[in-house]
Design a protein. Structure first.
Length: 266
């Protein structure tokens, strides 16, 4: 099955190409279905802290098992995968709608979309979780899990506040967000995808520009889905990699968008 999945991946993707951003070496592909550039995100690892299992005794006070120390260990959380280098654009979403009989539960108000994302090169906004999931399925992809999204957003950095590090003053070089003091021309809208610097894995606009839908439910009642990354309407606090957001699946705001992933490690 693993070999078959990779044969399918090869058929669906083409044109592996060299990274042209200085200092970024992530492998890239072009995905045939929607023409998206995708970058390889390495497998995710997490540290399981050391713990002590206390002595156990029988009812007579006899020692059954002595105190045991389980050392810290590193475990793999998920395999490597490919992620869209850019948020899904208005142009890509229009292609999806034209090629399929999919009808959003709530008709998309294109006047609202064009107000905040005026060209085909801007991120698609005003999309519900269902719209995003339908696009991903059509493209032969899926939405990322929250853990995958955060791992990718960190760009290989560990324990940093932002995808570029801890220096908040660099935010305007990497993200489109509100209150930038007139330092960019997109003060009240999204920016065309790729207008700012990428993170260490070659992902553009991974924070700012548009919030991004994830697979996960944000609560046990399953009333809201996770969104990550912040959008153009928020300040730098929403650009923090660890910032967790949530939204009702049927709704999509003027700063809600998405990007897709494909499982695989080659």
């Amino acid at each position: 099955m693993r070999k078959f999945s990779w044969m399918l991946l090869v058929l669906l993707a083409f044109s592996v190409y060299a990274e042209d951003e200085k200092g970024i070496t992530a492998k890239k592909i072009i995905w045939k279905k929607d023409g998206a550039k995708m970058v390889r995100i390495p497998e995710g690892w997490d540290v399981v802290p050391a713990k002590v299992i206390a002595d156990t005794y029988d009812k007579f006070g006899n020692l059954i098992t002595a105190e045991t120390m389980i050392p810290e260990k590193t475990v793999k959380v998920f395999d490597a995968f490919y992620m869209d280098a850019y948020e899904v654009t208005v142009g890509q979403f229009k292609k999806f709608l034209k090629s399929l009989s999919y009808k959003p539960a709530k008709p998309i108000d294109w006047d609202d979309v064009s107000e905040y994302s005026p060209t085909d090169e801007h991120p698609m906004v005003h999309v519900s979780w269902f719209d995003a999931a339908a696009y991903a399925k059509w493209a032969g992809k899926r939405l990322p899990t929250e853990k995958e999204w955060e791992w990718a957003a960190r760009g290989g950095l560990k324990n940093k506040e932002y995808p570029w590090g801890n220096d908040k003053s660099l935010a305007r070089d990497y993200a489109n967000y509100l209150w930038m003091g007139g330092k960019d021309k997109w003060a009240r809208s999204t920016a065309p995808v790729g207008s700012f610097k990428p993170n260490g894995y070659g992902l553009y606009d991974i924070t700012g520009n548009a919030w991004e839908w994830c697979q996960d439910w944000s609560d046990s009642d399953k009333e809201a889905r996770v969104i990550r990354g912040g959008g153009w309407r928020g300040g730098t606090g929403r650009l923090r990699v660890a910032r967790h957001g949530y939204a009702s699946p049927p709704n999509g705001n003027n700063d809600d968008g998405f990007r897709c992933v494909v499982s695989g490690s080659n």
